[in-house]
Design a protein around this ligand. Sequence first.
Ligand SMILES: Nc1ncnc2c1ncn2[C@@H]1O[C@H](COP(=O)(O)OP(=O)(O)OP(=O)(O)O)[C@@H](O)[C@H]1O
Ligand SMILES: [Mg+2]
Length: 500
Amino acid sequence: MTDGLEFSGLTKRYGSATVLSNVSLHLRPGRVHGLMGENGAGKSTLIKLIAGVVPADAMTLRKDGAEIAVTSPADAAAAGFRIIHQELNLVPQLSVAENILLGQPLPRRLGVLVDWPELARRAEAALAELGIDKIDVWQQAGSLGLGDRMLVKIAAALVSHKGEVAPCLYVLDEPTAALAEAEAEKLFSVIARLKARGAAILYVSHRLNEVMRLCDDVSVLRNGQNVMTAEVGHTSRAEIILQMTGRDVADGYPARSARVAGGEVCRVVAVSSPKLRDLDFILHPGEILGICGLDGAGQTEVLRLFLGLERPKSGQVLLQSSPAPRSPAEAWARGVAYVPRERRSEGLMMRMGTRPNALLPHHAGVWARLAPERTWANDLSGQVGLKSAGPEQSVWRLSGGNQQKVVFARALAGNPRLLLLDEPTRGVDVGAKFEIYKLMRDLSDQGCAILLASSDLPELLGMADRVLVLQGGRQSAILDPAGMAPNDLLHALYPATEMS
Ligand SMILES: Nc1ncnc2c1ncn2[C@@H]1O[C@H](COP(=O)(O)OP(=O)(O)OP(=O)(O)O)[C@@H](O)[C@H]1O
Ligand SMILES: [Mg+2]
């Protein structure tokens, strides 16, 4: 008898496109199995088949040697599968507590009245498992930031319910993409505990470092096929990248090739706002200013100063020596482009095609149908390595990383003089990441100034000319990244008192 879960022959077609082709995976108890692949390789689709949310064209599943069928989410739950999907599908109108216990019978008193204190207690306990005590369980889920929403989702998947089969498999689809460093660490320790209890874990991530550290085994999907499965100890970063991309990809950051002389793109003078304090910096043409801090330290708000969405209470924000734009539309008209952090809610019209999305702010209705724009959209898609069925494919059908690329393509299309990037490479595969870095470098070589908010510390050190550090909304330093290691930067994020 074989231990664990054996999936074989996984196949899925959408119309004429084969998204998964005869994929097999063996997930063993007490082991973390990494699943990697470029954007659109089929990782999330594979997970949707395992979860029973999308019907497979073919799939055989054996649990400890015996064949079982999973054709619905109920089947998956009955088999002991706990799944955390890539999309953040919480019910925004419900409280955190209700979201965590969603789908379970609510605790009741006297058989009728909902026992709210008991509900809150259980939700708090689920969050405490993750080492989280900062989230108020009565808060509406819709009001949470991205990282906190991910934590609630994870807590919901981990919570145990009476009378349920013991979970034998946890699946996590890019859980750390939305998490800050410290939260990711907590998640890793939870995964270690689940592993020690003998569950199998399937872990999807684009972060190679994370996979190398956390996983026992790794599989790589390329164009819907399983091209590699190995023990992590018996493979290398280079091998995994080669299998993902089918080619040697530069693993690093493109060097600057030109220096832009003089001038000033924007200037922030002694600014305090509802979320920011003591902000003071000048950005020159072609300069990349990194912005970092712990989760929610004000990174996004600094970008929003230039969109009229974060209004200074004191001090001055200038764009080319004139007062900063008062609205996103004015910002766009004055050459400010923005790649938001929450691409699904802020960035895209999910039901429309990639072409109208990529060109969103540029066109007035009728022009969109003209041929030159079509070519333009295709060029842009090519530049960011977009993998889609064509410019008319609805954005919601794209893989997560490809949605991000559409937003990026749109920002580039305006030939911006100031580019605001909020976590631009989150959820983007290694190959495309490098393409995005190259595009950033090209833009900055041509004189575009870039504000890069990122929680990816190596990325900041590799791309930024200077790094602005925020602590609780206050500018605490501007650092020169030359010679710094990610760990030095990490230390700079914490207030001095917490370090001693
Ligand atoms: N409902 C759908 N209709 C048509 N095509 C789809 C649908 N859902 C997914 N696809 C296509 O299937 C392919 C695989 O997508 P999937 O979401 O599995 O990729 P992924 O490996 O998870 O990528 P990412 O790293 O970007 O999340 C993509 O080309 C995507 O456009
Ligand atoms: Mg995916």
